[in-house]
Design a protein around this ligand. Sequence first.
Ligand code: GRF
Length: 198
Amino acid sequence: MSRTPVVVLISGTGSTLAALLEAGAHPDCPYEIVGVIADKEAAGLAHARAAGVPTAVVRLADHADRAAWDRALAEAVAGFSPRLVVLAGFMKLLGAPLLEAHPGRIINTHPALLPSFPGAHGVRDALAHGVKVTGATVIEVDAGVDTGRILAQVAVEVREDDTEATLHERIKQAEQPLLVDVVRRLTAANRTEQEPIA
Ligand code: GRF
């Protein structure tokens, strides 16, 4: 049986992408990563290249304005014909062209327990607030900032001596299996259906 095509969007080091690629490399995995797209020459693209997965870079600076970039990003994603789009450390909000092309079929992972601490600094903000437990959340993406429907969460204890870096690293250890699990579940359950995947 053919596997469900998944596109991953990244901006950073790509450790989350690496976890998705590793699970996806097994022939019995229900999904296959068919393309990786970044908004800059992200270090994480190396994971895709090493795995022989096609990559694309769609830079905001190469486009006349934000709307043109939104259209270019949507076109780049559509070029891979994915059934599911996964944001794995992609640090830009998605515009209407991409959201409307894949309704209910774009998911994101966030390093905090939403709806607490949305935005680009979820780990730093949770630490600054003094919470004792934080974690990671996988959501369905909508037009807001980390406002979409919650699909899965995992809790991570905050230690007295945690820095943003140590806490984020521990969150990633819990976040990556959580995301892989959600992607496996969604792609296995919806292989042949046309409606929103989640
Ligand atoms: C993850 O914790 C993700 O939730 C956040 O950025 C991190 C991505 O790290 N938005 P990496 O680039 O996959 O290592």
